[in-house]
Structures are given as C-alpha cells and as structure tokens.
Design a protein around this ligand. Structure first.
Ligand code: SAM
Length: 289
C-alpha cells in the first residue's frame, strides 16, 4: 500500500531493529516483526516535530541528545496501545465484587484498610471502576480505601486525573452506575463524582523499573489487564516479580482474559471463582480460601 504521507521516509530493517530495541529496553513493549510499518507511521510525527529527516537521525537523537529521556517517553507513548473503558470484562468484575471483596472485607476487618492497584491504568477507567465497585459493595464504608492507578504514559495519566469521559469510555457502563457515579459534563460527556475520585490516586510508574516498583505500598489485589500482552517473556517475568513482591500474602492478581501465567512463573496459585479464574500470591500458611 502506498504511504499516506509522501514525505515520510521508509524505515530500513536496521533502523527498525535499533529503534525497537530502545523502546523494548525502556518499556518492555515488543513491536512485532511484521509491524515495521506501524512503527514507521506512529513515529513519523515525532520526526516531524523534531525536524529530523530520517529514522537513523531519530535513533541518534534518542541515544545521545539532551532531550533523549523525554523523547523516549514520547516514542513509547506513540507506540503503546491505551485502549480501555469503564466496566471492561464484566464477568471478572462480577467475581471480584461478589467473591473477592467479601473475602477481603473479612481478612482486613481489623485494620479496616483496603489497597487496590490498577497497573497500566491508561486513562483511569479501570481504577475508577474498581473504586465504584468497592463503594457499591457497601462493605467498606468508613474504611481507609485507596485505589492506585499507574501508567508509563504521562499523557494518559493527565486524562485520568481530569476524570472526564465520552461515549466510547462509557460504552459498557451499566446505566445505574452512570447515574450513581458520574455528573454530566457537557454534551455526551460525564465526570466521575468527587466521592469516587477521592478514593483513587494516580502515579507515573514503569513496571519494568525496579527502583520505581519499590515505592508501591503492599496491595490486597492488583489488576494488570491488557498490559503484559505487549511484553515479551523476560519483561513479563520482571513485572510479575514486582507484583509478587507487592502483594500481601494471599493477595490477588487479576489479568486480562487472554492472559495466563502458564510457562511464565509458578509464583502464583490459580483460584477458581464462580465466574472467573484469578491468581493469588500463596499464603505462607497455605489453605486460605
Ligand atoms: C491497553 S492499556 C490497558 C488499560 C487497562 N488496564 C485495561 O485493561 O483496560 C495498556 C496500558 O499499559 C501501559 N504500559 C505499557 N507498558 C508499560 C510499562 N512498562 N509500565 C507501565 N505501564 C505500561 C500503556 O501506556 C497503556 O496505557
């Protein structure tokens, strides 16, 4: 197919290899062999913004220029997939709300504290959804509840903090959740209510940076859905090590539907819930439900 932009240069296989390695080393995102044209198309606006004529010059910029750290973020930003929406994967959320939250209510009843993490939260829909489910469970009123949402991209985090969404983000939101948890914010747009927003904090975090990972507090449950699908095996293992270290004993790990830990790690045990399978960091004592 002819290039849509006649000025856009072609990326040589060697440029593709070098740029792909840089992006991978920074983010864990592995651009597949057959997606050179996608990389070419998505990075071209960056070259234009910097006034660079070709991908070799862009690679040099990412390696050696003073602005390389910010530009590496911008390139990962351009290549990452940020697709997300409220109440994604309803059966899993049903299992979480109906089975895991009551368990956590009993387990944490003494300290009355609940910590949830949406790792790779994109523009915040998943983190806010979790806070809404916690609120609707009516088991945690008066508790110290915090949902942490983190992402590698500062642009999506800024959108998450704005908490204002349009029809696409809300396409799977049940009507009663829409009226309970959102205020109208102009034609077709809705803003998450303050009560839910108060329970959610957002932060910039690269799941592959062990120094940043150390700063995350212990979690009762982690959602990392549709993030590691873009990682290769080594990057998945690194992120999973962080999740294992961050979860409390018996804490839960919830992945996207197409994701499994088979042949990745044996650090988690599989838990069969009524409508879903989730992972759990084993307790030292064993035998928890
Ligand atoms: C497809 S979205 C998933 C959003 C949400 N979890 C969901 O399932 O709807 C993937 C997100 O992971 C983020 N991401 C990719 N690599 C990351 C990394 N190394 N550290 C943190 N976030 C990362 C991307 O920026 C993107 O916003």
């Amino acid at each position: 197919m002819a290039s849509a932009d006649p000025d856009r240069p072609e990326m040589t296989p060697e440029e593709f290899r070098l740029l792909r390695e840089l992006v991978y080393a920074h983010s864990g995102i592995l651009v597949r062999d057959d997606l050179k044209f996608v990389m070419e198309r998505r990075l071209w606006p960056r070259l234009e913004a910097l006034g660079l004529a070709g991908y070799a010059a862009y690679y040099q910029y990412l390696r050696y220029d003073e602005g390389r750290a910010a530009e590496l973020e911008a390139s990962v930003e351009a290549l990452a997939t940020h697709e997300t929406y409220f109440f994604r994967e309803p059966l899993q959320l049903e299992a979480f709300a109906g089975e895991l939250l009551p368990l956590l209510h009993v387990r944490n009843g003494r300290q009355k504290r609940l910590r949830l993490w949406s790792a790779g939260c994109s523009s915040g829909e998943e983190a806010y959804t979790l806070a809404m489910l916690v609120q609707d469970a009516r088991l945690f009123d008066g508790w110290d509840v915090e949902v942490l949402g983190t992402d590698l991209s500062r642009r999506v985090l800024a959108a998450a903090r704005r908490a204002e969404y349009g029809p696409s983000a809300l396409r799977a939101a049940p009507p009663e959740a829409l009226s309970r948890h959102f205020d109208p914010a102009g034609p077709g747009r809705f803003r998450v209510k303050d009560g839910v927003r108060a329970a959610v904090a957002f932060g910039h975090l690269n799941l592959l940076d062990p120094n940043q990972g150390q700063l995350v507090p212990r979690m009762d449950a982690i959602f990392c859905r549709n993030v590691m699908i873009y990682f290769d095996l080594a990057a998945r293992k690194r992120a999973l090590k962080l999740f294992h270290d961050t979860l409390v004993d018996g804490g839960y790990l919830l992945l996207g539907h197409s994701e499994s830990l088979i042949n990745v790690t044996a650090d988690f045990e599989l838990v069969h819930l009524k409508t879903d399978l989730v992972y759990r960091r084993p307790t030292r004592r064993g035998g928890e439900p």
